[in-house]
Design a protein around this ligand. Structure first.
Ligand SMILES: N[C@@H](CCC(=O)N[C@@H](CS)C(=O)NCC(=O)O)C(=O)O
Length: 242
């Protein structure tokens, strides 16, 4: 059951639409797209600090009209999904629920590992063991997704996260020369026909097409980010949250 029924939701996120964002998918699937106020944040750039409203200063971060702030992409997805009365992405009970949440974890950690292996060569002192340790996990995760893909009929949060992870892997890893054992021009589709067929089907969902590969249009300035953060702080003061 949703805790807020009216108003807009301020979503602080990085609007790089070269990959699928599962929080955007969850919002769209829940019918909330028109109620989102998108605020671009680039965590590594000067002037975009989210620390005033999220101690971890990470994206995504979601602020409600009351000033209440939610963070952690899984938290935000589940919050959006609490408004989804037609086909929730978090099944309520039973095997379907645990399968969806396990799939979510598999995909989210694969996404984290893709970030790690993609950025390691840019570190001041790149460590071969970091990539050697983590790359086999990525391969096993992809093979698990392949084994899972043939069984998928409905759409759930784990699949939204799988779209997120695979699209990120493609964008961040496929066209680069990284460190061994990551092969050059790695393509997750090769040898994974069921996962490929599943991707080709679900990528057409309106919730994915809402943003994937479409440029972000809007104010991306640090001034806008700081103004929106200040508004959240003001709402929190009004609501007695600070
Ligand atoms: N587990 C968190 C991870 C969020 C996260 O690490 N976001 C990155 C961008 S993908 C970030 O904000 N990095 C900036 C920082 O760590 O300061 C989630 O799923 O929300």
């Amino acid at each position: 059951m949703a805790t807020a029924t009216a108003g807009t939701f301020t979503l602080f996120y990085t609007p790089v639409h070269d990959f699928v964002h599962k929080v955007l998918v969850a919002a769209h699937e829940a019918g909330l797209w028109g109620r989102l106020d998108f605020v671009p944040i680039y965590p590594r750039r000067e002037g975009y600090g989210l620390g005033a409203i999220n101690p971890l200063a990470k994206v995504p971060t979601l602020a409600l009209d009351t000033g209440k702030v939610l963070y952690g992409s899984q938290t935000i997805c589940e919050f959006f999904d609490s408004f989804n009365t037609t086909s929730p992405l978090f099944p309520a009970v039973g095997d379907a629920r645990w399968d969806a949440i396990t799939r979510l974890c598999l995909a989210d950690i694969t996404f984290d590992l893709a970030i790690k292996v993609g950025y390691e060569p840019q570190e001041a002192h790149p460590r071969a063991d970091v990539v050697e340790w983590n790359w086999p996990k990525v391969i096993r995760a992809l093979d698990t997704m392949e084994a899972d893909a043939g069984r998928l009929t409905t759409f759930d949060i784990g699949q939204a996260a799988t779209l997120h992870a695979l699209s990120y892997l493609h964008w961040h890893v496929s066209d680069k020369e990284l460190m061994a054992p990551v092969p050059p021009r790695f393509d997750w589709r090769v040898g994974r026909p069921k996962l490929t067929a599943w991707w080709d089907r679900v990528v057409e969902r309106p919730s994915v097409q809402s943003h994937f590969k479409k440029p972000y249009v809007g104010d991306t300035s640090a001034e806008n980010a700081q103004r929106k953060i200040a508004e959240v702080v003001k709402r929190q003061k009004r609501s007695g949250l600070r």
